[in-house]
Design a protein. Structure first.
Length: 94
């Protein structure tokens, strides 16, 4: 979780095809209201994204594995932890 008092630039170095990333929702993290308001992000590996300052509003992401039948074999075959990681670099722009 990050409190964006400055602009941010995110570079997505690695995101496995079996991964789903959600932006945190509104409310107390982990509450039913927050979990129900999470939104899926459509990031692509190798791309950068700009996040403007939100005057201290929290932002963060949740990484989950896709449980669909199409990806279960990929997840099992690539069970090494490093194969399942999402790698993101974040730059703070003042």
């Amino acid at each position: 979780v990050e409190y964006r008092n400055n602009h941010r630039i995110l570079f997505i170095e690695k995101i496995p095809k079996s991964s789903i990333v959600f932006s945190i929702g509104k409310g107390i993290i982990g509450s039913a209201a927050e979990e129900n308001s999470r939104t899926k992000v459509d990031w692509e590996e190798g791309r950068s994204y700009f996040f403007p300052c939100l005057k201290g509003i929290a932002c963060g992401w949740i990484h989950k594995q896709d449980g669909s039948e199409n990806n279960k074999s990929d997840v099992t075959a690539n069970s090494a932890d490093s194969d399942m990681e999402v790698v993101i670099y974040m730059l703070k722009v003042s």
